[in-house]
Design a protein around this ligand. Structure first.
Ligand SMILES: [Zn+2]
Length: 89
């Protein structure tokens, strides 16, 4: 049962299902503080050219990965889907 009809019911079902399910986390580039006693980190969506300093302890940060939910993508996706449905109606 996928994509039977595109309408308001479809939108509701779609968004409700998505919010109930766990949002899949994706491997995200991050800067991690190199100080083992510090838990500072930040997303590396920007500033990959220059090595940032940790905002907590001012140590240089190292490039790494974290499993993070793609929040920004999710919200954009949701908006564009809603728009599409409206256009079709
Ligand atoms: Zn730090």
């Amino acid at each position: 049962m996928v994509l039977v009809r595109k309408g308001e019911g479809g939108i509701t079902l779609f968004s409700r299902k998505k919010s109930l399910e766990e949002i899949p986390e994706e491997n995200t580039d991050v800067w991690s503080c190199q100080n083992p006693e510090c838990k500072g980190w930040m997303r590396a969506n920007f500033a990959f050219d220059t090595i940032p300093n940790c905002s907590l302890c001012q140590s240089p940060m190292i490039k790494g990965n974290k499993q993070l939910p793609p929040i920004a993508n999710f919200s954009n996706d949701w908006k564009s889907n809603k728009k599409d449905e409206r256009t079709i109606i």
